[in-house]
Design a protein around this ligand. Structure first.
Ligand code: SF4
Ligand code: SF4
Length: 466
């Protein structure tokens, strides 16, 4: 068994806050920033683009609340398929566990919507108010028209992004090609308008005001992820052996002879950190794995002509001079469960029945018809989950002589549910008991030989009719 890495859960050192408790991260450049921009761009393209795709005459991805159907391109899912959704959520959870054991909070750093929107909001803030030092100065400056203008630009940008995000999100539940014109003409229905306002507010508060507090204090994953790391997990680490003792030095000085390590104590890694922590204090629960400190420190190392990687992705074992083990029981276990679950989900989707049959017996027990036969009434409900109209015929089994009073085929439109009232009759002499199980069989006509069965009860009395 691999040991768990000792992530600090105690209070982290006081953070550099400047504006009523706000952290002002410095902007920076580097490889991991480009990687995060690529991850964020892919997420934005997926989120803002997919909602506008059409599939036939409807939106390609739409959770239609009015019909309770979830459309994903050519497939439609019904409440009966909710189990598949649960399976997808479980796969996502195991995928997250796998990634955490392998590389810590890599999800948080590059693709979590909270982080991606937070970085976008920070970019808007920088465009409106300047970089870290200018923002700190602005916070301390008295209220002037110029300050008001900069603040208005920032909050206007945030609100605009929040509104577009909210409209897009609601557009996955209400067809967006109708929603947008309706909103522009103030004709949107009250519930759509309410949700647009609610999600605009939530996005504005989350990404603009709460930011890292969501990751640090509110996100449950942030809380439990530390217990999943082991000494071979790749985490963002400061190389203490190489960096300490830290200290300032003159350019080109022989700092090793002066007893100094590679860290020049420039504080850049702290200033770029969106959660305001100092990674040199060790791995902390507040670290969202954004790698900003790696980029900042590598830039400093490059400028000084030192080797990069003083802060880098490394396992605890590597930092202690050992070799990182990639294959270990926990990682292999999560990986195996993930593969099995994905395979099972693919099989469940591929073999999913596109027809659902439901038979409900009429509340009256039974009656005698004109031929003196005992008759029971049922409502047969057929749901056609495919997009094509289909023709069906019903059969009933369970007893010799048992038959449907009207066995004519019927059509169920694509994506529709049809309720067919039917009567089943049998002569009283053929009835072995007052209650017996009977089976309805639904046969698909027109090339398909598939059948669906549902068992229900038939009631009567074994005496002759009076
Ligand atoms: S310590 Fe580094 S990786 Fe962690 S949140 Fe701060 S900047 Fe990002
Ligand atoms: S950026 Fe690098 S050199 Fe500067 S304080 Fe951080 S670890 Fe030290």
């Amino acid at each position: 068994m691999s040991e768990t890495i000792p992530v600090r859960t105690i209070e982290t050192p006081p953070k550099k806050k400047h504006d009523a408790g706000r952290i002002h991260p410095r902007s920076f450049r580097g490889f991991y920033r480009r990687l995060r921009i690529a991850g964020g761009s892919a997420l934005f393209a997926l989120f803002f683009g997919t909602v506008w795709l059409q599939w036939g005459d409807r939106q390609a991805v739409l959770w239609d609340l009015s019909t309770k159907q979830f459309h994903v391109f050519g497939s439609s899912f019904w409440p009966q398929d909710l189990l598949l959704l649960s399976a997808i959520l479980m796969i996502c959870a195991f995928g997250l566990f796998f990634m955490t054991v392998w590389a810590g909070r890599i999800w948080c750093g590059y693709t979590c919507p909270q982080s991606v929107w937070m970085w976008l909001f920070m970019w808007v803030e920088k465009q409106a108010e300047g970089d870290r030092n200018q923002r700190i100065k602005l916070d301390r400056s008295p209220a002037t028209l110029s300050k008001l203008y900069k603040r208005a630009k920032k909050h206007g940008g945030w609100l605009l992004i929040s509104l577009v995000t909210a409209v897009t999100f609601v557009g996955y539940f209400t067809p967006i090609r109708a929603l947008v014109p309706d909103l522009l003409q103030l004709k949107a229905d009250a519930s759509a308008a309410f949700w647009v306002m609610a999600f605009t507010t939530a996005t504005y508060i989350n990404a603009g005001w709460l930011r890292e507090k969501v990751c640090v204090h509110m996100c449950p994953y942030g809380r439990f992820q530390s217990s999943m790391l082991d000494s071979d997990s790749l985490v963002i680490s400061y190389d203490v052996a190489r960096g300490e003792p830290r200290g300032h030095r003159k350019p080109g000085a022989d700092y090793h002879s002066a007893g100094l390590g590679d860290c020049v104590d420039c504080q850049m890694c702290v200033q770029v950190c969106p959660t305001g922590i100092d990674i040199r204090e060790g791995l902390q629960i507040d670290c969202i794995g954004c790698a900003a400190c790696i980029d900042a420190c590598d830039t400093v190392m490059d400028k000084l002509g030192y080797e990069t990687g003083l802060i880098r992705y490394a396992s605890e074992r590597e930092l202690a001079g050992g070799r990182r083990r990639i294959l270990r029981p926990r990682l292999v276990g999560y990986g195996a469960v993930l593969i099995v679950m994905v395979a099972l989900l693919a099989w469940a989707i591929a073999t999913r029945s596109l027809v659902s049959l439901d038979v409900e017996k009429d509340r009256s027990l039974y009656r005698f018809n004109h031929q003196g036969q005992i008759e029971n009434s049922y409502v047969v409900s057929v749901l056609n989950k495919s997009h094509q109209d289909r023709t069906f015929r019903l059969h009933v089994r369970g007893l010799d002589g048992l038959h449907l009073v009207n066995a004519a085929p019927f059509v169920v439109g694509g994506g529709e549910r049809v309720a067919v009232p039917v009567a089943v009759a049998v002569s009283p002499e053929a009835l072995p008991s007052d209650v017996l199980d009977v089976e309805f069989e639904l046969e698909a006509l027109g090339g398909s030989s598939r059948t669906w069965q549902e068992t229900t009860r038939f009631t009567g009395e074994t005496q002759s009719p009076r």
